[in-house]
Structure formats: C-alpha cells, structure tokens
Design a protein around this ligand. Sequence first.
Ligand SMILES: [Zn+2]
Length: 612
Amino acid sequence: MARSSKVSRHAVHYSIRPADLALHLFEITLTIASPDPDGQVVSLPAWIPGSYMIREFARNIVQIRAECNGRKVRLAKLDKHSWRAARCEGSLILHYQVYAWDLSVRAAHLDQTHGFFNGTSTFLQVHGQEALPQVVDILPPDNADGNGAYADWRVATSLRELKARRHRFGSYIADNYDELIDHPVEMGAFELIRFDAHGVPHEMAITGRVPNLDTTRLAADLKKICEQQIALFEPATRRAPMDRYVFLTMVIGDGYGGLEHRASTALICSRNDLPVKGQPAMSEGYRGFLGLCSHEYFHTWNVKRIKPAVFAPYDLRHENYTPLLWLFEGFTSYYDDLVLVRAGLIDEKTYLGLLAKTLNGVLRGAGRLKQSVTESSFDAWTKYYRQDENAPNAVVSYYTKGSLVALLLDLTIRAGTKGKRSLDDVMRTLWRRHGRDFYSPKTGATGPGVTEADIDALFDEVSGLSLKALLDRAVRGTKDLPLDEAFAALAVTMTPSSKSARPSLEVRTRKEGGDCKLASVHEGGAAHLAGLSAGDVLVAIDGLRVTASNLETTLARYRVGDTIGVHAFRRDELMTFSVSLKADSAQQYAFEPRDKPVAAAKLRKAWLKARS
Ligand SMILES: [Zn+2]
C-alpha cells in the first residue's frame, strides 16, 4: 500500500484515512505525478449524480495545503469549489480533511461505528487528468493494527481492487474520475449477505444492529428481483451490465433513501423494515425496502447507462438540466414495484393497490394541473428537490406521475398490439441503442445519451402505433391521464371511491409539541377557502381545544355542510376563521381486476407474468 510520502507511480493517486472518528474527519492525500505546469486546478463537485440539487461539497473541506517536492506551495482559491496550486515541477501533493457528518446516501459519514463516503465528497477532481486511471488507497483508522480497536472493520465497495483482498483495506483503482466517484465506500463491521444473479456475484453489506435479521430470506428475495431485471433487459443472454454488484445498506431507527451507481447502490432504511427470522409474512415495511432495492437496481440500466444526453458527461460544477427525469425516475419507479409482482414477491391485488395509492397521491396535488412532468424534470434543482409548504399546489412529482405515464404507455401498447409489444420492448431498444455500450472499456469514452427527440420517435417506432399525441398530453400537458380506458383494455376497472360523508380540511399537519401546525394547505380545500394558511397553529374548533392527536376525531363530530369557527395562531396573533366543511375534493380510485373479457384478462396476466 503506497504511503503518501512516497511519490506514486500512478498519475493520480489518493489515499483516504478515517483520521478522527470523534471529529468526523477523513484525511485525504492526493498525489499528482505530473501537475499542470501552469498551475494545477483541482475542484470538488457541486452535486452528486442521481440527486439533483447543488450541495457544494467543498464546504466540508476543513483544511487544505499543498507541497511540491516536499516544499509548501501556495494554493489559490478560485471559487467555492476550486483551487489552483502554484507552479510545480515534479509531483504535487495535496493534503486535506473532509468533515463527514451527513447521515445520508449523498455525502460522507464517519464515527466510531462506521465510515461511509461518496467520491464526490472526498476526491478532488484533477483538471486535465480526469481521463487517467485514478488510484485510491483506502486506509483503516489508526489503531486498527494496534490493540485491536477497529480490527474487525472491513471495506465494501464496487471499486476494483488493485492491491487489496476483497473486503480489505488496500489499493483500489478506477479507469477515470467519472468512475472513481461512482463507487461509494463503506467501512466498518458490517454484516455481509451474498448471492448470485444470473451468474454475477451480488452482495449486501448491512451496517447497524439488526437483531434476528433473516439473511436467507433477504438474499433469496433480492436474487429474484435482480434476475427479473437482468432478464428484462437481456432476455436472450441474461447478461448483467456489471461484473459484480454491491448494495451498501445503512440501518437506522427511522430512515429511507437510496442513490444509484453503476455497480452499487447506497441505501438507508429503518431497522423494522428488514425481515425477522421466523416471521415469513410480507410486512409493508419490508415490501417498501424491496421496492427501494428494486428501484436503485433498475437504475443500473436506466440512468447509469441509458442517460440523458446532458449527463454524458456530467458537468459537476453546475446544474445539468434535463426535461427527461420523468423517464429516468418515473419509469424506474414504475418498474420497481412491477418487478416485485413479476418476481412473485407480491400478488396482483397488492400491486393494483400500490398503483391506486400512487394515482390517488398524484390526484391530491393541485400542482399537477400547473406543471408538466417535463417542466418538473427541468426544474428539479429548484423545485422538486427544494420543496416548501407550497409544493403540493405548485409541483408535480416526476417520480409518481412519471410512473403513471409509464403505466399508461405500457397498457396502451399492450392493448394496441394485442400483447405483441410492451414498454419492456421500448426499454430494451433504449438499452441496445444508448445503454449497453455506454462505457467503452477500450477508450474510456461514454456513449451517446438520450435526447427528447429520441424519445418522441421511440414509442411509435417500437410499438408501430401512433402514440405521439398521447405522449405529448402525458409528459408536456397537465391534464389528468386517461388511465381508465387503458386499464379497461386489460380488464381492470377503475372505480371512484365514494365520497366520504366525513368532512375534510384538506391540509397536511405537523405535530409541534402537542400543537397541530398546518404543514401545507391544499388548494381548493375547506381550509384554503376559509383563509387558513400553512404555518398556522390550530387552537380550537367550534370552541373546543384541538391538538395534533385529536384533529381527526374532533372533525368527525361534524357533517359536510356545517360551518364551524376555527381559532388559530398565525405567528403570535390569534385569528378566527369561519370554515364551511366539505368532503375531500380530490377524487380517489380503486382498481379491480376482472376475468372478462377473456382476451383482456389474458393481456393483464402477461403484463404481470414473471420472466422465467
Ligand atoms: Zn431513482
């Protein structure tokens, strides 16, 4: 393992060491063998691919210094992300510390229990040398080989080993900077689950205590999911796009999140979502966790290889605007649960229930009538990723509505071609044209990304139908999707649930102490029409004290049509509102499968059928 004091024979060579676990500091040394003679520029990304928000990771660099041939040289700060080192002949070495205390899948986290980092948080980009191989020595905490503390720490990552045994500290290598930052690293005393999917080794590293974790079931269920997806994209060869795959799972009391990478994913989940030995029932939490794993795994094809043109390559300094996140996130959201039913992990009834839940969620937000999923994709950086209390009234989710667009197109193609074609064929065509050879191992070059024009032509070409008008309406329009007709063709009835006789304020609330604070007020609902606002703290309804826990039961004493007085604090001023109670204005639906017509029911069976 090369130490930083020696000059590396690799052009770009990092070492990273958990230096102070209590202060959450990684120490990084970057050796540049042949720096730019005019002054080497280095920078840290402003964002991490997959999470479309400017995060300015360089703000977590605590200290940085440079030396040239053992002599200290000046580092000039150019902007919030970048530095230029003074001229240096010979090798330039940078030393810096990164503060790692963000328990999310997007950044870095370090303490006595584990270390986790994304390269976007830790590895400075060496300008002009991004295409060269990048070597990184992953070092253990200091006393790992002393008195035994941290001696049980191992390393989980999809980075390729250069001089390291699997799961051990040592030297790892990436072909270029783009690859280096696409393999997050976990270190600690994690539990390791292994399985093969169509011949490719997969593993899940689980950090955090999970009593009685049913590892056998977890491995078996993940295997089914992965094999369904591999077979979906490569039905003939069953060839996965990577040599191995790693799920990095951080388990905490209450959490949920995932971020996709080319051969791995970083996940955060709640302890109680994981399966318990001897309890074979499918809990809602576990189903959600499998859906998350399925989602991130699907991204291995859709967004890590089939990419929007503007991501090929990424510009890590600025926002990368694409109108197509409805395809990359929405279609991935469609397939994540569809794969669960195809893999036999959930049944048809549960799946239709999940679809109804998604549809009903979309129908609840007035934002869907103002913003198309194309616009929502483009503005992800400032709207979807930075939602405030007005989001339900202003923003549509390219995840949920995008998944309904996928559903609509899939059902329409299946019905229009009598089952000969489906959205699976569209995904496979995208894969062949844009994904399969995206990373060229020979040249290190990346393939052509997908443009909006490619997508516009694709559905008609693959299906042989005329879908342009439907696609336009679905992705560039704001009218609700004609899902009922599409479902009818597969013998599924879309039933409006009867309007509840119980009144609704149509608000989202947040518990603050015992108080009931309005988190958001839905446009057109009784609260909005009475003048209540997000941020108001409800005090009393009809003269009776209302709290976070009794709002529903208090309201339930009244009927639609009643008018009641509501007291609320806005800031510290008590205000009175007269609320005319009405039923929930959002239409909600349930989906019901039918046996007839037989041909339509057959189409539905084929839609949900496993690929054996
Ligand atoms: Zn996603």
